[in-house]
Design a protein around this ligand. Structure first.
Ligand SMILES: Cc1ncc(C[n+]2csc(CCOP(=O)(O)OP(=O)(O)O)c2C)c(N)n1
Ligand SMILES: CC(=O)[C@@H](O)[C@H](O)COP(=O)(O)O
Ligand SMILES: [Mg+2]
Length: 587
């Protein structure tokens, strides 16, 4: 039972409360968030840190008429609870449940869909200009974190806003950390501002914003009075608040990286539940992280780069062991790619590790700065395929399609941990082209993965099982489901299985053999069906006038929502059971 929260079904209920009760409401909100995230998992620290801000914003502004945008949106759990989603918050990030991020189709209070960072200022400015043009009197508020504001896109928004008279309020929620500690000169600048020790120009004032702060973001009365004041200030405004990520849960305050998204934990004590199994296969990210360290010890030209995901990518291992050769550049995917290109142009061997979904932001840099100049950057694209509970904003399902059309680029998807390790080894020996190596979120299958390195021949696929009439061509880790499915089929002797490994260059010799020896061909990938691996095989068949029957399996041409990876594979017919049914219908 929550004395105040129980009675709040929308911000209008909140606005009826006496301001004196708001600190108690803040406690209730925190407890509610902790209880649900402890059992259902999700992002924790960011939402705990903005509880007071969330209450103050909905208290002072007339949401949803006033438009409120949360950058990234992983901190918007309190917002969801105050805006009518309390009763189904237990479905957060689950299949058919509510999204872990604000989403326009979910609520009128979610003014803009988010998930990828640093979009809030541009979106809020766009809305503010639209309001001006339509003659509407609204407030437009972007809440952005200290790591997200360092991204190029946020600066583009600030740069434009500063020459407008738009009614825009940017609130910088400065907790001095992203997922991992914030980096860069801006972080230093913000630290100086907080300490107030150095006399320096204010960047935001210099960009024509009416700046106020820094103020204590956990002092609800102070935030309310400042927001009320700012409501009457014209033009672009900037409020700098200081908060503690994980506020209200001791462990989350003390271990902010771990409690960004801690998994299940004890809601009473805050302690994480210990992992029990020790002999399991490793996460793909750890194979990358350990292997790059191993290779870098032998090859002093190797450098590692991550845009703001050292823990998630496991580049952290290299940053710890070789801090001068591993770089976290902050949320700056475009910079990470062109920085890599610059280093490679000078003879370094660069592993640029970016989540598949976030590389979307650096598409032009991949084409213009890397591929066009044929600079052999080694892209390691983590979280490729379906990622699970983060949902539509984060699935890495477009990479095969969006990369395949780029000349010069090699594209490889390892079937298992050993292949990931060996392609990293092969790539650092020296390639004539850039390469994208895409691998999934989570664990692989090979416990004994640390085998001696061996070279992988570029553009060569392999036969995993010989058949007679039906050939399955797979790419990457999804081949595990194919192997299971083939085993499930009673009379499976007619079914062949080929791991093509390279989407580009395609192993045309192998494809000719397959098309000549099998009547029916099924392609399977954990990427979009439009333009990916299956499309490449169809093009090959058309080009060579093959008339075999071809079926392509992959992610349908729609955005896939959140759920566990297993559930989403079922939904998209990529699980072993569905593949079995399909194979049976053909054999
Ligand atoms: C373009 C993009 N790159 C990376 C991420 C992954 N990511 C999500 S939250 C986050 C850190 C955000 O830090 P900050 O803006 O300071 O917010 P806080 O979590 O501290 O509230 C990162 C790197 C993302 N969502 N979008
Ligand atoms: C909000 C966000 O973008 C990240 O926190 C993301 O959820 C991390 O994903 P992983 O859990 O796969 O590292
Ligand atoms: Mg932060």
């Amino acid at each position: 039972m929550s004395k105040f929260l129980d009675h709040i079904n929308s911000p209008s209920d909140l606005r009826k409360l006496n301001q004196n009760y708001l600190p108690q409401l803040a406690k209730e909100l925190r407890k509610f968030i902790i209880n649900i995230v402890a059992t259902k998992e999700g992002h924790l620290g960011a939402s705990l840190g903005v509880v007071e801000l969330t209450i103050a914003l909905h208290y002072v502004f007339d949401t949803p008429n006033d438009l409120l945008i949360w950058d990234v949106g992983h901190q918007a759990y309190g917002h969801k609870l105050l805006t009518g989603r309390k009763d189904n918050f237990h479905t957060n990030r689950q299949l058919n449940g509510i999204s872990g991020f604000p989403k326009r189709s979910e609520s009128v209070y979610d003014a803009f869909g988010v998930g990828h960072s640093s979009t809030s200022i541009s979106a809020a400015l766009g809305m503010a200009i639209a309001s001006q043009l339509k003659g509407e009197n609204k407030h437009h508020i972007a809440v952005i974190g200290d790591a997200s504001i360092a991204s190029g896109m946020a600066f583009e928004g600030l740069n434009h806003a500063g020459v407008t008279d738009a009614n825009l309020l940017v609130i910088l929620n400065d907790n001095a950390i992203g997922i991992d500690p914030s980096v860069g000169a801006l972080k230093q600048y913000l630290t100086n501002v907080k300490k107030g020790t150095e006399k320096q120009d204010n960047i935001f004032e210099a960009l024509n914003f009416n700046y106020s702060g820094p103020i204590d973001g956990h002092d609800i009365d102070k935030i309310i009075s400042e927001l009320q004041r700012l409501k009457n200030v014209k033009g672009p405004k900037f409020l700098h608040i200081i908060t503690t990520k994980g506020k209200g849960l001791k462990q989350a305050e003390e271990n902010q990286v771990k409690y960004h998204a801690p998994g299940k934990f004890d809601a009473i004590t805050g302690d994480l539940f210990p992992k029990t199994k020790t002999d399991e296969a490793p996460k793909f990210q750890d194979v990358f992280g350990y292997t790059i360290v191993e290779l870098a010890k032998q090859n002093d030209k190797i450098v590692g780069i991550t845009p703001a995901m050292p823990t998630g990518s496991s580049l952290k291992y290299m940053m710890d062991e070789m801090p001068n050769r591993a770089f976290d550049v902050g949320i700056a995917e475009q910079h990470a790619v062109t920085l890599s290109a610059g280093m490679v142009s000078q003879g370094l061997v660069v592993f640029c590790n970016i989540y598949s979904t976030f590389l979307q932001r650096a598409y032009d840099q991949v084409i213009h700065d890397v591929a066009l100049q044929n600079l052999p950057v080694i892209f390691c694209l983590d979280r490729a395929g379906l990622v699970g509970e983060d949902g539509a904003t984060h699935h890495g399902v477009f990479d095969l399609a969006y990369l395949r059309c780029i000349p010069n680029l090699i594209i490889f998807a390892p079937r298992n941990e050993i292949e990931l390790r060996n392609i990293m080894y092969t790539a650092q020996l020296g390639l004539d082209n850039p390469i994208a190596i895409r691998y999934p979120r989570g664990k692989g299958v090979t416990i004994d993965w640390k085998q001696p390195f061996s070279n992988i021949e570029i553009g060569k696929g392999i036969e995993l099982k010989k058949g007679a009439s039906l050939a399955v061509l797979s790419i990457g880790f999804i081949s595990k489901n194919v192997s299971t499915a083939i085993k499930n089929v009673k009379n499976n002797t007619t079914i062949g299985h080929y791991d093509m490994r390279f989407i580009k260059p395609l192993d045309e010799d192998l494809l000719h053999q397959v098309f000549k020896n099998y009547k029916t061909i099924i392609t399977i990938e954990d990427g979009t069906i439009k333009g990916g691996f299956g499309s490449a095989v169809l093009e090959f068949a058309a080009h060579n006038n093959y008339k075999n029957s071809i079926k392509c399996l992959g992610i349908p041409d729609e955005f896939v929502e959140q759920g566990t990876i297993d559930e989403l594979q079922k939904l998209t017919s990529l699980d072993a059971y569905n593949i079995t049914t399909i194979l049976e219908s053909y054999s």
